[in-house]
Design a protein around this ligand. Structure first.
Ligand SMILES: Cc1cc2nc3c(=O)[nH]c(=O)nc-3n(C[C@H](O)[C@H](O)[C@H](O)COP(=O)(O)OP(=O)(O)OC[C@H]3O[C@@H](n4cnc5c(N)ncnc54)[C@H](O)[C@@H]3O)c2cc1C
Length: 325
């Protein structure tokens, strides 16, 4: 395993910050392994996006604007990444630790007979062996797993875990040949866009999350959204709020929801159940606003503000807006 390949997840040419985090880390890893760093971008918009990805320190960017990526579910992407990996040779393949990224990584691992590290937040390389560091059980346990020496290794990379730093290495752009065709079984029949225009929860630098203490759906719009927007962040929720139908499940944070690692997590009217804690405890600073000083969240918050969210949050938003002005 000498080279590093970054799989660029995107939607019609729009990607997320994790792409640039992986492109930056790929350079460091490739240098340590004595190989090259490449990116693979496939699907409509790939060539346009490649111009942006090329500003990161990669040696090559492999592209194909194949419309099949919009038509079929994942299989064409797996074929393309496999083809790129076989063309580039023994490599560590970095894939974002997102829902479809994890799906793709598993299939690719089976195709390439590769070991896999999941939800990686740090890499260690010793004597050419790649070890993946991943927090488990919401950060209560940190595991370090070496990928078995083999031609290929795969790591799904946690968003926000690595810094992104542009700086070109003069990446060349090459068209990736369409892998010759078997029919694909699963077709995308409908594409539903949720929360378009909002910052992705997993990548937001600030998350303002609400719980049952908000009492209904309206405060998510009238109370939390203005604070999140003022801080340049995104709104999240506890499962109690999602189960009550106040917000979509895509906003749920915790064991059965999303894992977030923002620099600042503000929990509003959330008690801090263990199932919620495992999805946010790796956040930078944790601030809780709760009317109960004895709420469990007090134990793992950096700051607990005791009081009524309906009085505190508007005032906090006003102060943030004033400070920004
Ligand atoms: C298998 C399983 C998986 C689960 N997965 C998840 C998960 O992924 N994510 C998750 O979040 N939960 C999950 N849960 C549920 C979890 O156990 C809790 O029930 C849930 O997190 C509670 O949500 P909450 O904190 O919003 O509500 P509550 O526990 O009811 O807390 C509400 C809080 O709001 C405070 N409050 C009330 N009014 C105000 C006010 N005006 N101002 C300020 N504070 C106020 C209260 O003091 C209280 O602390 C799971 C449970 C199980 C069994």
């Amino acid at each position: 395993m000498k080279n590093v390949i970054v799989y660029v997840e995107h939607r019609r040419g729009e990607t997320r910050k994790v792409t640039f985090e992986m492109a930056t880390e790929a350079r460091t890893l490739a240098d340590a392994l004595g190989g090259q760093a490449h990116a693979v971008i496939v699907g409509p918009g790939a060539t346009t996006l490649a111009e942006q990805v090329k500003t990161y320190p990669l040696n090559g960017v492999y592209v194909n604007d194949d419309p099949d990526l919009d038509t079929y579910l994942l299989d064409p992407a797996v074929d393309y990444v496999e083809a790129a990996a076989r063309a580039i040779g023994p490599s560590l393949i970095l894939i974002p630790n997102t829902l479809s990224g994890r799906d793709l990584a598993g299939r690719l691992a089976a195709r390439l007979g590769a070991g896999i590290g999941a939800d990686v937040t740090e890499f260690k390389i010793e004597n050419g062996t790649v070890a993946c560091v991943s927090p488990k059980m919401g950060g209560a346990l940190i595991t370090t797993c070496a990928i078995k020496p083999a031609e290929y290794g795969i790591a799904t990379v946690r968003p926000n875990a690595f810094a992104a730093a542009a700086g070109g290495a003069g990446a060349t752009m090459q068209t990736l040949e369409k892998p010759s065709g078997k029919p694909y079984a699963a077709v995308i029949e409908e594409d539903v866009e949720e929360g378009s225009g909002e910052l992705a929860l997993e990548e937001a630098p600030v998350v303002v999350a609400g719980g049952r203490g908000l009492g209904g759906p309206e405060p998510f719009d009238t109370l939390l959204k203005p604070l999140a927007h003022a801080l340049g962040g995104a709104v999240g929720a506890s499962r109690a709020a999602a189960d009550a139908g106040w917000v979509p499940y895509s906003l749920q944070i915790g064991q059965t929801g999303k894992t977030v690692t923002p620099n600042l997590y503000i929990a509003v009217g959330i008690s801090g159940a263990i199932q919620h804690k495992v999805g946010m405890r790796s956040s930078g600073a944790i601030v809780a606003i709760n009317k109960d000083a004895a709420a469990a969240i007090a134990e793992f918050s950096d700051l607990l503000v005791v009081g009524d969210a309906f009085k505190i949050v508007p005032e906090l938003t006003r102060l943030v807006e004033a400070a920004k002005a």
